[in-house]
Design a protein around this ligand. Structure first.
Ligand code: ATP
Ligand code: MG
Length: 389
């Protein structure tokens, strides 16, 4: 079959009023960029037509079609897409093409679903009736409007008349880069890559910050974070990973402050540094993988006393999720298998025996004033390493 066209439909963007063309144009650009990354890409052009984006291919082999399908399912903003065959308008053409497409399939019941608009003069009811009757007679199959084994779609609009049987669900969400830029605190665990995914899905473009405690942890922990960033980079044009040396700050916290506050003080320092990074990277929000009550540093009191050092909003898309729900998404987006590889995170170093579950901002401020953190933060920022994907 010559699936020379792919018709993409968007969902939430369709609800936008006068801003809709802006969102659609970015979606079109994102599709173009992603599809063009495919080796020997047969892309001819991409057109915006009414409430659809039409991908036109110059070549139609099965392998590239599979690759294009895979790429499209990673593009946020697409509700569903349909590999389609362009045919001539007119009842005879629709009948013949419906027959040749359905002859290849195995099914007992079917339905014809037409959407006819100008320049076609056929009404959809007429197409349903005439094409349905023809297929029934030719293939000896029955019509089922409610639960057909196969649905044959006829879509006729200004770009031509198209026929297809496959409606593939897209990822939904908003096109990446319509939602501003955020800085993700990426730990190498299960949660933070999933948090990143949810913000990408809402259209944010992201940079990633990882704090490492080399030489206290092995370089393998950094390799893992690089792999996670690479995986998440399939959703956006390019990704930047900033690796922040954190061991000196940690050592100072361990030697100078009260043990029960350690993890919270690590987090406050991380958040302060992430705010500085956001400033230079033009990020407007910080994203973390915290979920309420998951560990002692994520009680409401502790989240609040860490949160207050941030001048930017801190987004925690997983806040109301169970661990199992987060794991399910991690598996779906293929970060889970990378995340569960054994590694040491800097936060698991020097863990206190009895961490505080209820801190206040004042008590944490008092603790962190026991060392010259401003100087150390500056020093860590000066030694950031950047990896681009
Ligand atoms: P995960 O590590 O998968 O995020 P977790 O339950 O281990 O989940 P914590 O270690 O408590 O979470 O960390 C909470 C959040 O703090 C992380 O989701 C992440 O956003 C941030 N964070 C923790 N450690 C680091 C790190 N080394 N570098 C960057 N961010 C970190
Ligand atoms: Mg962690």
């Amino acid at each position: 079959m010559k699936y020379s066209h792919i018709i993409c439909h968007y969902s939430e963007i369709g609800l936008k009023g006068r801003n809709r063309p802006y969102f659609v144009k970015i979606l079109r650009d994102n599709i173009k960029l992603t599809v063009n990354k495919i080796d020997k890409c047969p892309l001819e052009k991409i057109q915006i037509i009414h409430d659809r984006i039409l991908i036109i291919l110059s070549d139609y082999n099965d392998i590239t079609l599979q690759q294009i399908k895979k790429s499209l399912s990673n593009i946020f903003g697409i509700a569903y897409f349909c590999p389609a065959i362009k045919i001539n308008d007119g009842l005879d053409s629709i009948k013949t093409n419906a027959l040749s497409i359905l002859k290849e399939e195995s099914f007992e019941s079917f339905r014809i679903t037409a959407r006819m608009s100008t320049p076609s003069t056929l009404s959809k009811m007429y197409v349903h009736e005439k094409v349905g009757e023809y297929i029934q007679k030719k293939l000896k199959k029955s019509v089922s409007l409610k639960f057909p084994d196969i649905n044959c779609y006829i879509d006729s609009f200004s770009a031509g008349t198209f026929i297809y049987t496959d409606k593939i669900k897209g990822s939904g969400g908003m096109p990446v880069s319509t939602g501003g830029k955020g800085i993700v605190m990426l730990s190498g665990g299960i949660d933070s890559p999933v948090a990143a995914y949810y913000l990408l899905k809402r259209g944010m473009s992201l940079s990633f910050v990882h704090f490492h405690s080399i030489p206290h942890v092995s370089p393998a922990s950094i390799e893992k974070v690089k792999e996670l960033t690479l995986n998440l980079s399939k959703y956006q044009k390019k990704s930047k990973l900033l690796l922040v040396p954190f061991s000196e700050i940690q050592e100072e916290i361990v030697s100078k402050t009260s043990e029960k506050y350690r993890v919270l003080l690590y987090r406050r320092m991380m958040l302060k540094i992430s705010n500085e990074i956001a400033h230079t990277e033009r990020g407007k929000a910080i994203i973390t993988g915290e979920a309420l009550g998951q560990v002692s540093s994520q009680t409401l009191e502790n989240i609040a006393s860490v949160d207050c050092v941030s001048s930017l909003p801190v987004f925690r898309p997983l806040i109301g999720m169970d661990k199992q729900e987060i794991i399910n998404t991690g598996k779906l987006i293929e970060t889970y298998d990378i995340s569960i590889r054994p590694h040491e995170d800097c936060c698991t170093l020097f863990l206190p025996e009895r961490p505080a579950t209820k801190s206040t901002a004042i008590s944490l401020e008092r603790e962190e004033n026991k060392f010259n953190y401003s100087e150390m933060i500056k020093n860590a920022i000066d030694r950031i390493e950047i990896v681009e994907f």
